[in-house]
Design a protein around this ligand. Structure first.
Ligand code: SAM
Length: 197
């Protein structure tokens, strides 16, 4: 990754903490921990690369161990330092992990350790979520936290076409499909102008 030394150090601190916490908190599937940099972090960096640079507030729902929100936060400290991040993660131990990484990397972001359905609207300019729910139900969770202009960014696996077809039954939206550089079957769905039909 072509990033500054400071960003490299922050990513290394994050990876080190994740490896330390993972056996107890299950932040990523144990079988994928060896691919942390090449899989989870690189996957999240692709989302950051697509995100608009001009916005104020990025919300990541169901952040878990930090994908893609915390990686985007670390990378944005270099590319878009004004961008504010909010992570919503209802699991208290995972939320504590996220706060620990923020403290150890010297970054600030808001961590809301509550259920997405229970919190007031967040007015996201950019809203991301990975592995939280199928697109149809994901939009139920995400839309209350967006605005008319929100850029929705959802990494999806091999099933993405089916998810889009299902979602079109209840939702209309502009869609741009970004192919993943890491897995030929995976994509990042970029949605805009999302409406209930
Ligand atoms: C499968 S994990 C994915 C974590 C991360 N986004 C990733 O891709 O590695 C889903 C996460 O969403 C959280 N979650 C699920 N439903 C939620 C809800 N309604 N409100 C807040 N967090 C939720 C879970 O605690 C879990 O950490």
């Amino acid at each position: 990754m072509n990033v500054s030394r400071e960003t490299q150090e922050r990513l290394a601190t994050y990876a080190q903490l994740l490896r330390k916490w993972n056996p107890k908190v299950n932040l990523v599937a144990p079988g994928t921990i060896n691919d942390l940099e090449t899989r989870h972090i690189a996957d999240s960096a692709q989302v950051h690369a697509i995100a608009r640079r001009t916005d104020d507030h990025w919300v990541d729902l169901g952040t878990g161990g930090g994908f893609p929100g915390l990686v985007a936060c670390i990378l944005s400290a270099e590319t878009a330092p004004e961008l504010q991040f909010t992570f919503v993660e209802s699991d208290q131990r995972k939320a504590t992990f996220l706060r620990t990484v923020l403290r150890e990397t010297g970054l600030s972001a808001t961590v809301i350790a509550k259920r997405i359905e229970k919190i007031p609207p967040l007015s996201a300019d950019i809203l991301s979520a990975r592995a939280l729910a199928p697109l149809d139900t994901l939009l139920d969770l995400a839309l209350p936290h967006g605005t008319a202009d929100t850029q929705f960014l959802f990494p999806k696996g091999a099933n993405w076409k089916k998810e889009v077809d299902n979602a079109r039954r209840r939702w209309s939206f502009d869609l741009e499909i970004h192919k993943s550089d890491l897995d030929p079957q995976s994509v990042i769905l970029e949605l805009g102008d999302v409406r209930n039909v």
